[in-house]
Design a protein around this ligand. Sequence first.
Ligand SMILES: Nc1ncnc2c1ncn2[C@@H]1O[C@H](COP(=O)(O)OP(=O)(O)OP(=O)(O)O)[C@@H](O)[C@H]1O
Ligand SMILES: [Mg+2]
Length: 351
Amino acid sequence: MLFDERPKMKREELFDREKELNELLSNLHRPLILLTGVRRIGKTSLLLVALNESKIPYILIDARKLKENYGFKDLYYLLSTSLSSSLDRLGEVLKKIKGVNILGMSVELSWKGRNYISLADLFDHLNEKRVIIAIDEAQRLRGPLSKEIRDAIAHAYDYDRNLTFILTGSEIGLLYDFLGIEDQTSPLYGRYYYELNLNRFSRSESEGFLEKGFEEYNVKVEKNIIDDIVNFLDGIPGWLTLAGNYLVSGKSLEDVKKISIEIALNEIFNLLESKRKVSEIVSRRYRYVLKCISEGKNTWSKLFECVSEKEGTAISSNTLSNVLHQLEGMSIIQNYEFLDPVYKEACKRLL
Ligand SMILES: Nc1ncnc2c1ncn2[C@@H]1O[C@H](COP(=O)(O)OP(=O)(O)OP(=O)(O)O)[C@@H](O)[C@H]1O
Ligand SMILES: [Mg+2]
């Protein structure tokens, strides 16, 4: 069902994306693939379908499960659970590795002590077989262990010819930062990687998606409602799915708009909360910048004036450009515009 809110897993469940799926499948021989796109664009779905279609054994690591400033123990716990899910595909390889214990259906990876196994060693062992290592939302690996992980991936890039890394990221600038693709001191600097950037559906694709979804429920929806949803949600599949879901369950279009804005606002609050850990002032500054951009301040001088006005003092250019750079890195804005129209509506409601 198209309006199923979980990531899709099979080719026939995916609407469109035929070209992107085939492109991803035909590049699986490469060492490093990035699958990027804004939130809700369908990265995890495309990744899961490709992994299922390829028939190559894989390990799927959901980096969103890591908290900020995670440590070795958290990382190895996450790897252990990911390896446990791959036990049927990789059991033969895993059971030979020192530092990897298999207890029934679960895998434990030693993160310290005599049996400690480094990431690079783990990759070298996995290389015995053709394996895909997929890391969903890989920018979440940023933190104190960034270097360690990046070095291990760079090592595997050079020596482990049987391994392919697929990294997805909705915060695209942060993903580049993590890999150090633009940083001359990073071991991955200048290496070729294949990037598949997912775009939103076109207007006619969005209409087709909704029409097909409603058809699956035998629900007739007026053309003007479909037009209105597409105008509001701008071809982002995750929002279209959510809208379809609520409409078939009897909610009105106004309800759908309200709910999606609330969801986006909640995500913005989480961002501001994480900035509050730095300081109240920093969090407030992000709030003002988001609010001013949502009000259409789409040049440096307009934004500068708006934020300074709200702060009650002239903000420094460096500070403002730093906030903009961060918001761009998180793929929330680009060129003083929101990448997601629902985020824009949500930010208009900030105080
Ligand atoms: N091509 C598609 N066909 C059908 N449904 C899709 C498609 N792309 C995305 N969806 C639906 O949209 C929602 C978001 O998709 P998915 O979780 O794959 O996106 P994502 O980019 O990984 O999102 P996030 O950034 O939040 O992790 C899901 O409900 C999924 O089922
Ligand atoms: Mg995802």
